[in-house]
Design a protein around this ligand. Structure first.
Ligand code: PLP
Length: 455
C-alpha cells in the first residue's frame, strides 16, 4: 500500500463528521485541488473510493447517491463494463497515435457518430480534451472563419453575464462569472462584450420548464450591434441552459430570437452544450430540444461518460468547407492538441454512445421529466427556498443567502447531504441537480426526501 493510500485508509476512521478537524496531513499537501477550498478540505477531507451505477462509495464503504452525475458527465451511470472493455481493448491495440497529419479508425468513427447525433448541417467535428478547450476552439474557428471569408473586421466576441465557458482565456473572457474574471481582468481577450443574463426571479420564480418571461432579453444583442456595428462582431456564445451559475433556463422564445438576430447580422451563434449535450434535456442536444440550430456546438463531459477526458466542437459543414481552400498541402486550420481524438477517448466515446443508443438514454430525461418536476417543486415552501426550477433531468433549488455570508447556506446543505448519503452540487446559494440518466423513480424520491429533511 502506498503511503498516501495508507493515510487515506487510516483517515477514514477519523471522526471528521463530529466536527473534529485534525491538522492538515502533509500527505495531502502536494495536490492543489481545482475550484476547491483547499485548506478547509484538507482539514476534513471528503473522499470517494468507488462508484457503480447511481452510487459512489466512500473509503469506509458508506454509500452516496450521485445526484450530480459526478460533475454533469456520468450520464450512463458509473462503472459501465462496456466502456472499460472498449478502453482496455484500445489500450492493448494502440495506446496513442499522433493526430497531426496522421489518423486512426476510432477517431473517424466517433466523429461520424457525433455528427449523426447533431442537428442537421452540423456534421464536421473537431476533437479537444475538455469543455474549456472546446470553447476556445469554437471561438478560434469563428474568428478564423470570418477572416477566410474576407470579413476580417469581425473580431468581437459576445458572451453573456452569468455564463460559464470553462477556464481558458477565451472562456473566461466570454464567460460572465465575476470570481472567474476579476483576477485576470487585465489579461482578458480584447473586444468582448456581454448580453444581460436571463435569470429573473421577480417574474419567473418556481417556473416549471422554460420560464414564460424574458424573450425580449435577446434584444440585448441588437443593442450591442447598435453600439459596436455588426461588421465588428464574429460570434455570440451562450449556454442553452446555464449550468455552473445555477441552472438558468432560457425563457420561452429567447433562443429563437437570438438566432434570428444573429442571422440578420451575419453573426455566428455558438451553443455551449458541455452540460446540456448527450440527453440531459431529453434530446441529444438542447439545440434539438429547443428547436434552435446554432452554427457551432461545443460539447465534452457526457461524450465519454466522464471516463476519459474529451471535448469536441461540431461545426456546420458550410463553415468547415470555407476553410478547405488554398494551396494543396496547406494546413487549413492551424490548431490542435497532442491528444485530439486520443484513441482511448475515442474508444470510450464509441462505447458510451452505443450505451446511450441501446438504452434510450438520450431521450430518457423527457420520459422522467414529469416525475422529476413534481419532486423538484415539492420543495416549494421548505425553509429558505426562494425558487425551484427544472428542465429534463436538471433541477435547481435556490436558497435565501445568510445575510453577509453568501454561499454559506447552500454549502452547509451540501455538507449535510453528503453526511446523509447524497452528492449534490452547489454554486453560491443555489443547489444544482443533474443525476445520471439511468436514474429510477425510487432514486428521485430518495434525492428529494434527503433534501427535504436537510432543508
Ligand atoms: N462550458 C460549460 C457550459 C461548462 O459547464 C463547463 C464545465 O462545467 C465548461 C465549458 C468547461 O469544461 P471543462 O471543465 O471540461 O474544461
Amino acid at each position: 500500500m502506498s503511503r498516501i493510500s495508507a493515510f487515506l485508509a487510516m483517515s477514514v476512521n477519523f471522526p471528521y463528521h463530529l466536527g473534529m478537524t485534525p491538522e492538515t496531513d502533509p500527505q495531502l499537501d502536494a495536490l492543489w485541488m481545482p475550484f476547491t477550498a483547499n485548506r478547509q478540505f484538507k482539514q476534513a477531507p471528503r473522499l470517494l473510493a468507488r462508484a457503480r451505477g447511481m452510487e459512489y462509495f466512500t473509503p469506509e464503504g458508506r454509500r452516496v447517491l450521485d445526484g450530480a452525475a459526478g460533475l454533469w458527465c456520468v450520464n450512463a451511470g458509473h462503472g459501465r463494463a462496456e466502456i472499460t472493455a472498449a478502453v482496455t481493448r484500445q489500450l492493448e491495440t494502440m495506446d496513442y497515435a499522433p493526430p497531426f497529419q496522421m489518423g486512426h479508425g476510432p477517431g473517424f468513427e466517433l466523429a461520424a457518430e457525433v455528427a449523426a447525433l447533431c442537428p442537421p448541417g452540423l456534421n464536421r467535428v473537431f476533437f479537444t480534451n475538455s469543455g474549456s478547450e472546446a470553447v476556445d476552439t469554437a471561438l478560434k474557428i469563428a474568428l478564423a472563419y470570418h477572416r477566410i471569408k474576407g470579413d476580417a473586421s469581425r473580431t468581437r466576441l459576445i458572451g453573456r453575464e452569468r455564463a460559464y465557458h470553462g477556464v481558458g482565456f477565451g472562456g473566461i473572457s466570454v464567460g460572465g462569472i465575476v470570481a472567474n474574471r476579476k483576477v485576470w481582468a487585465g489579461s482578458m481577450l480584447p473586444g468582448v462584450d456581454h448580453l444581460r443574463h436571463t435569470h429573473d426571479l421577480s417574474r419567473n420564480a418556481f417556473s416549471r420548464g422554460q420560464p414564460v418571461h424574458g424573450a425580449e432579453l435577446a434584444d440585448d444583442l441588437e443593442r450591442l450591434v447598435a453600439l459596436h456595428d455588426a461588421s465588428t462582431i464574429a460570434a455570440v456564445i451562450v449556454e442553452p441552459v446555464a449550468g455552473s451559475t445555477g441552472v438558468l433556463l432560457p425563457p420561452k422564445g429567447y433562443l429563437e430570437r437570438l438566432r434570428a438576430i444573429c442571422d440578420r447580422h451575419g453573426i455566428l451563434l455558438i451553443f455551449d452544450e458541455v452540460i446540456t449535450g448527450f440527453g440531459r434535456t431529453g434530446a441529444p442536444f438542447a439545440a434539438q430540444e429547443f428547436g434552435v440550430t446554432p452554427d457551432l456546438i461545443t460539447m465534452a463531459k457526457g461524450l465519454t461518460n466522464g471516463c476519459v477526458p474529451m471535448g469536441a466542437v461540431a461545426v456546420k459543414q458550410s463553415i468547415h468547407d470555407a476553410f478547405m481552400q488554398g494551396p494543396p498541402g496547406a494546413i487549413e486550420l492551424f490548431h490542435g492538441y497532442t491528444y485530439s481524438a486520443h484513441p482511448l477517448a475515442c474508444a470510450a466515446g464509441l462505447a458510451t454512445l452505443d450505451i446511450y443508443r441501446r438504452e434510450g438514454l438520450l431521450t430518457r430525461a423527457k420520459e422522467l421529466s414529469g416525475v422529476w418536476e413534481d419532486a423538484v417543486h415539492s420543495l416549494r415552501g421548505r425553509p429558505h427556498v426562494i425558487d425551484a426550477r427544472n428542465y429534463g433531468l436538471i433541477a435547481s433549488i435556490e436558497l435565501e443567502p445568510i445575510p453577509g455570508k453568501p454561499g454559506a447556506r447552500a454549502f452547509e446543505v451540501f455538507l449535510e447531504c453528503f453526511e446523509r448519503g447524497l452528492l449534490i452540487r452547489t454554486t453560491g446559494d443555489i443547489i444544482a441537480l443533474s443525476p445520471p440518466l439511468i436514474i429510477e423513480p425510487a432514486h428521485i424520491d430518495e434525492i428529494f426526501g434527503t433534501l427535504a429533511s436537510v432543508l
